[in-house]
Write a protein that binds this ligand. Sequence first.
Ligand code: IPE
Ligand code: IPE
Ligand code: MG
Length: 262
Amino acid sequence: MAQVLHDSLRKKGVGGFDKSEENLMKQLYIDNLPKHIALIMDGNGRWAQKRKMPRNVGHKYGAEALKKIVMFCNEINIQILSVYAFSTENWRRPKTEVDMLMKLLIEYLQREIDLLNRNNIRLEVSGDMEYLPVEVRSAVQKGKEVSKFNTGLILNVALNYGGRDEIARAARQIAEKVKNGEYNIQEIDKTLMEKHLYTSSLGDPELLIRTSGERRLSNFLLWQLAYTELFFTDILWPDFDRIHLLEALCSYQKRERRFGGI
Ligand code: IPE
Ligand code: IPE
Ligand code: MG
């Protein structure tokens, strides 16, 4: 009989859950949790607007929500959490908002890296770092460096990330290698493509969660999500907590994944 999440956490001495969280954890089998979860953290702006506050306040609370979800994913032994932090299309926002998002990213990386490190969490990034402000790049570099030997959760932050750009970049790199004679054209297949994606060492997510009621991918992990289970919730990102994650996991465990078979 497979072990349920509740018993496994109790054995580890992890506690502090309320009744409804416990109820969900009693329904979840630890051998059928997704290894890799992708997360589109959406709705920060609307969360703030609902409270008559500037959008940036929503981003601040969003960062707090992320911190808690990261810790929880680590506790329940999720292996990889890929979070969409800034898309290649988010540059279209007003400069003041973009600047504030960059500032928050730097703060988050600098402030939380010790906590991530203490909890054995490894930082990774996906996206084009070249055009990001130098402070963001150095915070990322430092975070990756100090956490590189950690063996717990991999927190993969998608930063200046776009799925179409990622695929075009992979094609460009492969074309270059064909030109140099490293590969011949017949060798180009999906495995080779995957080797040239940002996520080459991470594999595909089994579950994608998007908050805020939008039901689209917004250019996130287009290649990797081909057979991923999708979970959409109306909760705005700053309100998303453990219970919502547990609900998504329960929904995931009820699904039958067929991958084109029967
Ligand atoms: C998600 O929240 C955070 C980022 C895109 C960086 P939004 O800022 O998109 O919030 P809404 O969708 O406008 O409410
Ligand atoms: C997706 O959210 C990007 C991130 C969460 C970073 P957006 O708010 O940018 O997506 P759209 O514009 O609603 O599709
Ligand atoms: Mg949005």
